[in-house]
Design a protein around this ligand. Sequence first.
Ligand code: NA7
Length: 558
Amino acid sequence: MTSLVTHDSFAPPRVEMLIVGAGITGLYQLYRALEAGLSAVLLEAGEGVGGTWFWNRYPEARFDSESYTYAYLFSKELYDEWRWSEHFAGQPEIERYLNHVADRFDLRRHIRLGTRVTSAVFDEKSGSYTVQVSDGTNYQARYLVAATGVLSVPYYPAVPGREDFTGESYHTGLWPTTPVDFKGKRVAVIGTGSSGGQIIPAIADEVASLTVYQRSPNWCTPLNNRPITEEEQQELRANFDAIKQTLDTSLSGFLHQPYDRASTDDSVEDRQAFYEKLWNSPGFSKMTANYSDFFTNPDLRKEFSDFIAGKIRSIVTDPVTADRLIPKSHIYAQKRPPYATGFYEAFNKPNVKLISLKETPIQKVTAKGIETEDGFQEFDIIVWATGFDFARALQRMGIRGNNGVALENAWKDGPHTFMGIQAAGFPNLFFPGGPHGAAANNPRYNGDQVDFTMELLAYMREHGHNVVEPSRAAEDEWSNMVSAMAAYSPFSPEHSYYFGSNIPGKPRTFLINPAGRGVLFDVMTKSRSSQFSNFTMSQAGHDGADDKVALRTGEYSL
Ligand code: NA7
């Protein structure tokens, strides 16, 4: 086994790149680091690889981007040999895929599972991070890549008595690896976002009773999933180059073709027929292949919302329940919409009941169940499908940059970044897939960020640099762009977790890239062609050992 990291009784393990998080972005980063000849270790808190697709293993957790557009494109061999069974794969298949990738590219020996970072402090003299982890190991890392994701810190609302419940209690984002037996149980699901939208219809048939506690309804539309036929499998393989080209350049990172007509080009009747077509189309195409003025015309989004309201009324037989399931305070795309299968139909089952928390708020959770203003109900299982503290993971890792400044303090009013890749004052820290990043099909954006980082590091190596951070001017320009363009985003500061609106006390600031992939590409191109002039680079003194020398002489075996 190759020795990649130094380790003796005096020196901490030294590594050129330490990656945190074995999700889709972290695994890709590890692959690219090793390909470039860097010594690299990946630390993952979970007991398996997969990130989001390890933790969110609740029934019916699945992609709502097409499987082959969410998966890796860096290896044609990998693409050819992996046959996704469905257009939108379920969690078990996704987890198998990511494990296959870890094995296929011999990544596993660089991965430490069950290992959580507790602090990462930058040392200006050596130009490296000292990273402490939960098992007591202290790593010395030249580059620290936090591939910690944006939907990785589960949020539990502060409901009185939540911890008093003596039955089984689960958060969808922290689902156990041992199966949960729902059969014949009295179950409560709290939350009707994407996770609630998936788990509710999945368990409705087997439970004795299912009570859904909904605070705000969502514009949930059908995922329209189906198996990939043999003919489609062959097409997917035959068209790899064209598919890759589209996905590498598409502004949304999807294969969906934008529609070339504006809503004003069509009559009211034609628009209704078009909405019907969209209703039956896969996943996100309801947004990405909608009329060309979809994102700029709230009247159109209102009309599309009314169309969906009509669908809800036509599916849900009880008119009171149907009305409760129709959003009144936001229109389509002001919040990230869920795509699910059989969500509204589930409320027609005799054992499924909807409680509107707007009408009857939860008063407390007790040892046996949930009490609302309307009365008390006993449960065997409570499922918290209550979402995440978006992009929070990065700030709770104990990162300190220049002059010992904590990232948590530097970002107390919200993240400041350059391209969602780096922050001024935090040299050699990269956070692909973090705040100010992806705004549509995430892995495509996150991959752009990893690729750019590797180009930057290659340039530095060529020019004798080993410390890099963006200039304040570049960071300000990007962060000001994020704030200014947020006003043009369809997402609403009052309703969308992209503004942190779901977490009490969280600063209301836009957390993704509102200008999309086009602007990201432009800024990257300009940066490259100016020899990365919007970054400050330097060569830190070595603390007695060159990384490469350490690499060759190290005893620590992976
Ligand atoms: P979401 O989309 O943030 O949904 C969380 C749900 O939990 C949503 O319905 C919330 O209602 C509800 N919630 C939050 N706090 C409370 C309290 N205090 N009481 C009752 N209900 C509450 O998270 P998901 O896990 O479903 O999806 C996250 C992402 O995963 C999704 O966007 C995709 O990218 C995949 P609210 O709307 O805030 O009133």
